[in-house]
Design a protein around this ligand. Structure first.
Ligand SMILES: O=C(O)CCC(=O)C(=O)O
Length: 298
């Protein structure tokens, strides 16, 4: 896999999920160039600008003092929704997260608008959100997309990454000098693993750098953005089934997130559970299936 001068692999919009997966496994990140038309970003911006303008600035060095973070994007922007379950993204996630778990889920949706004068964000791993649990090396629990709503440059706060740092030890404190800035056009997207060391870049320009951060995690972990408050049933009911399930209106693995009398959350929307994972299927997926009776009546 070829990387650019900064060590970041780049793929065209016609890339296969297999190529995206190979890049993520080797580099921990990959840019897919011009995956959507800039006009898609303009439509999303038109729907979300009122919410963004009403969002307060951050109040610490991690979320930034000149940065706004606006969430609930599934509920607030119909034009954003196809990005959350874009086929090439889900095709990659099916393997990167789905090869060692029964299911994965949406973790968060957030416009990150880094304003002029913002300092560099501390370099971190997104998976530290899980109370700094030391996941086994190579066991990926999270993957993010950073969609460029404006061009990303080294100068305007483009995300800083350390390619291949998903292979590094945990709890390191890399310096800014070890990072490279992600440059990409509006409409491009960078996928990166929850184990990749990265951070928001300093914005030395006069304009706000806008990115849409969309995270995904194994469905046995808690979601960072509470999707049931961000997108309550009356809105989730209007979503395509695949998207409603992805955001959490489905059971994680076999039993996680049920409601009432062991009902699948999708039933709360549509009165039927769709293709809920069965106990037998969940057990069959594992290579170390428990011995004995695996009947669903257990
Ligand atoms: O805005 C960015 O480019 C990265 C932000 C980030 O890494 C974070 O907030 O966790």
């Amino acid at each position: 896999m070829m990387a650019d001068d900064s060590g970041i692999p780049r793929l065209p919009a016609t890339a296969t999920p297999a190529a995206v997966i190979a890049a993520l496994r080797e580099f921990g990140c990959v840019v897919i160039e011009d995956l959507v038309e800039p006009a898609v970003m303009d439509r999303i911006a038109a729907e979300l600008t009122p919410f963004f303008n009403a969002t307060p600035l951050g109040n610490d060095s991690f979320i930034g003092y000149s940065t706004r973070r606006t969430g609930s994007l599934i509920a607030r922007s119909a034009s954003f929704r196809p990005l959350a379950n874009h086929p090439i993204v889900l095709g990659a996630l099916d393997e990167v997260l789905g090869d060692h778990a029964t299911s994965y889920q949406l973790h968060l949706t957030q416009i990150i608008g880094i304003g002029p004068g913002e300092q560099a964000q501390p370099i971190h791993r997104d998976q530290w959100a899980f109370d700094f649990f030391d996941f086994p090396a190579g066991f990926e629990v999270e993957c993010h997309c950073m969609w460029a709503m404006t061009d990303f440059t080294d100068h305007n706060g483009g995300t800083r990454v350390i390619p291949k740092s998903h292979l590094w030890a945990d709890k390191l404190k890399p310096s800014f000098d070890e990072t490279v800035g992600v440059e990409m056009h509006k409409g491009s997207v960078m996928l990166y693993l929850g184990s990749l060391y990265h951070g928001g870049g300093p914005n030395r320009s006069e304009a706000v750098r806008l990115g849409i951060n969309v995270g995904y995690t194994l469905s046995w972990l808690r979601q960072e953005e509470n999707q049931y408050l961000a997108c309550p049933p009356e809105i989730a009911r209007q979503l395509p089934a695949e998207l409603a399930k992805l955001i959490g209106y489905s059971r994680g693995a076999y039993a996680l997130g049920y409601y009432g009398d062991v009902q699948d959350p999708f039933e709360a929307l549509h009165g039927s559970s769709g293709d809920a994972p069965s106990f037998t299927a969940a057990v069959a997926r594992t290579t170390t299936a428990p011995q004995g009776d695996q009947d669903e009546s257990q």
